[in-house]
Design a protein around this ligand. Structure first.
Ligand SMILES: Nc1ncnc2c1ncn2[C@@H]1O[C@H](COP(=O)(O)OP(=O)(O)OP(=O)(O)O)[C@@H](O)[C@H]1O
Ligand SMILES: [Mg+2]
Length: 505
């Protein structure tokens, strides 16, 4: 008798349906599985066989043929163990086939019959909803994450025998509830009020958060660049539900322990300058998200920007442009979301003291030119805000605490609401940083004084057309923070300051 069980395999941050078909017939005893690579077949067979026997069932000497379809879809074998075992037991008459209908089943089996966690449970829940399933049966470890979707009953199982008892209706397992991760403690001690002085850099951080602009901080050691970057996530608006779902799905693929519910805190990633292109962008034989995707919805901090590998920085182009990364595997294209706030920091020169009144810079002009040339122009051009973070004076260091993050976050949220109203909620990234040329013309109405100032700057500073677009995008954000629909001269003046210090553009 042929039994069909619905299962799934991860595909990037999503899940794709896989049907496990199990047929048992009289004939020479054998156990065949089609649709998986050879080594995976051997391992799966062993896990399924041992788990069934250790759960108290006997495998009679029959011919067992299992099919995993679609055959050409690259699959991760452990996801189907539970489905194969249940299909086989059903084909042997231990479980009515009816019990498997309308249920999506995923889980790896241990030799002892236990069910082990699989990654990406939330994506499985989404698939179960799309497929119109009434129940999702997953390992208990990932059940909280899957239940966070709230649209399908999630049954957490710990062993094969517990699953059979549930399906046979003898001992139903209670549905899982999300132990909501909304209760995650916010990162403590990371408040902007702890950062003394640095007013221009703090302002740039606020503008970056408000308009979704990327930020480059340049300054000598110990001036507070890392401190500031770590506080950006705390002033960004809270994650929306869809963003939370995407962040949870990504983190679930790499986390050692599955998330307990939806992740509500924006991620902060700070990869080492030695990170490989694959580590930064994603890849591997089983494609895994890279740092840019782990930072999705949050902050990607590239400290010591000039020390990153050139090829890795080059590869940042796609995520910065498209907000996602495409990894190609076996002719298949897998997409990982990668929309993040980029904050980069670097010293002003190789000896790190250029412009520091208390230390002499010993770098030759050639050395300085080489240092700057290491950075790709395309990368610097995508960073709207360049700000210097000078060494702190004693007076600043002893000064009063700064404005708390909550205050800044309130202004940022207001500015974001204005942008959302202007650009429409259906826009995937309704921030000023993503304004197109047409939108710039439509939405950047300059007052007379602002127009004059920009014209003068264009001539005097020899600005390019690209530099003007950048100034307009940033001034739109500055005006939004000011609650002003038109752009005033003061907004343009502030934006002009955020130009690259090497004045190349
Ligand atoms: N503005 C500041 N207010 C209060 N403390 C500060 C400030 N700047 C630096 N510090 C102190 O100095 C330490 C180092 O600062 P931070 O790591 O942010 O410097 P940095 O600019 O990133 O330096 P580097 O270029 O060496 O990475 C902080 O942990 C903090 O104790
Ligand atoms: Mg630092």
């Amino acid at each position: 008798m042929l039994v069909r069980v619905t299962s799934a395999t991860p595909w990037g941050i999503e899940a794709r349906p896989v049907e496990a078909q199990v047929d048992v017939s009289l004939g020479p005893p054998r156990f065949r599985i089609d649709g998986l690579p050879e080594t995976a077949v051997r391992e799966s067979r062993e896990r399924v066989r041992h788990a069934i026997e250790r759960s108290g069932y006997e495998l009679p000497p029959r011919s067992v043929a299992c099919h995993l379809t679609p055959a050409d879809l690259p699959k991760q074998a452990p996801y189907f163990d539970l489905a194969l075992a249940l299909g086989l037991l059903s084909a042997l008459g231990e479980l009515p086939a009816e019990a498997l209908r309308g249920r999506l089943v995923c889980g790896e089996l241990g030799f002892d019959g236990s069910v082990r966690s699989v990654r990406g449970a939330l994506a499985l829940a989404e698939l179960a909803v799309r497929q119109g399933m009434r129940e999702l049966i997953v390992p208990a470890g990932g059940a909280g994450e899957a239940a966070a979707l709230g649209q399908v009953a999630v049954i957490p199982v710990r062993s094969l025998s517990e699953t059979i008892e549930h399906l046979a209706g003898r001992s139903p397992v209670a549905g899982a509830h999300a132990t909501t991760a909304a209760t995650e403690p916010l990162a403590t001690g990371l408040d902007l009020s702890n950062v003394r002085g640095c007013e221009p850099a703090k302002r740039a951080l606020e503008v970056a958060a408000a308009g979704g602009h990327h930020l480059l901080m340049i300054g000598p050691p110990g001036s507070g660049k890392t401190m500031l970057a770590r506080r950006l996530a705390g002033i960004l608006p809270p994650l929306g539900r869809l963003e939370s779902i995407a962040v949870t799905k990504i983190q679930s693929l790499v986390a050692e322990h599955p998330p307990l519910g939806l992740i509500s805190r924006r991620p902060f990633r700070s990869p080492h300058p030695g990170v490989s292109t694959a580590g930064l962008i994603g890849g591997g034989s089983i494609p895994r998200p890279g740092e840019v995707s782990l930072a999705h919805g949050g902050v990607l901090f590239l400290d010591e920007l000039a020390e990153f590998r050139r090829d890795a920085l080059e590869a940042l182009k796609q995520p910065l442009e498209d907000g996602e990364v495409t990894v190609v595997r076996r002719r298949a294209r897998i997409r990982f979301p990668a929309r993040f706030a980029l904050v980069a920091a670097m010293a002003p020169c190789p000896c790190r003291h250029l412009g520091d009144p208390r230390h002499e810079c010993r770098c030759s002009p050639q050395l300085l030119a080489r240092y700057r040339a290491r950075l790709h122009r395309h990368l610097l051009e995508r960073i709207d805000l360049h700000v210097e973070v000078p060494a702190l004076t004693l007076q600043e260091l002893k000064g009063p605490p700064g404005e708390p993050s909550a205050e800044v976050a309130r202004r940022v949220l207001e500015a974001r609401k204005i942008q959302r109203r202007r650009l429409g909620a259906e826009c995937s990234a309704p921030t000023n940083a993503n304004l197109s040329t047409a939108e710039l013309e439509r939405f950047c109405v300059l007052e007379e004084g602002a127009r004059r100032l920009l014209d003068t700057a264009f001539e005097r500073l020899k600005l390019s057309a690209r530099a003007v677009s950048r100034i307009l995008r940033v001034s739109r954000t500055v005006a939004d923070l000011d609650g002003s629909e038109s752009i005033r001269a003061s907004h343009i003046a502030e934006s002009i300051q955020y130009r690259s210090p090497d004045r190349r553009k």
